[in-house]
Write a protein that binds this ligand. Sequence first.
Ligand code: HEC
Length: 121
Amino acid sequence: MKHRISTWLIVFIGFVLVLSACNAVKLAIPTQEDANRGSQLFKGFGLTELNQGKALFETKCTVCHGLKDPTSKTPEKWKNLVDEMTKKANKKAGKVVITAEEQDLIAKYVLTMHTAVAPKK
Ligand code: HEC
C-alpha cells in the first residue's frame, strides 16, 4: 500500500512539472514587420526601440512575478497595467526604478507585440 502511494506521488509531481514547463512564457523575437506595425502606432518607434522595450520588459517587469505574455491582454488593459505596475515597482523600491521614458518604451513594446504571433512552445 505504501509503495502504491509513492508511485502516485511521483506521477503527480511529474505531471505538475510538465504542466509548469508548458506555462512558461516565451516572447516573440521582434521582426521588422513588428517594427513597421509599431511605427504606424507610435511615431519614431522602430526596431531599436522595440528591442529596448523588450529588454526593459524582461528585466524590470520580472522582479515580482514571471514574464507575462504581451498577447494575453487587450491594449486598453495593457495601458492601465503598465502604468499601475510602474507605480508598484517604484513604490516597492522606494525610488524610481522604472523612469517615465522606460515606462513609455515598455508600454509601446507590449502594445506592438500584443498582436504578434507567439512562437511555438
Ligand atoms: C513591485 C512588484 C511588481 C513589479 C516590479 C511588477 N509587477 Fe506586475 N504584478 C505585481 C503583483 C503583486 C501582481 C498581482 C499578482 C499576479 O498576478 O502575479 C501583478 C500582476 C501583473 C499582471 C497580471 C494582471 C492581471 O490582471 O492579470 C500583469 C500583466 C503584470 N503584472 C505586468 C507587469 C509589467 C508589465 C511590469 C513592468 C512594468 C510589472 N508587472 C512589474 C507586482 C509587480
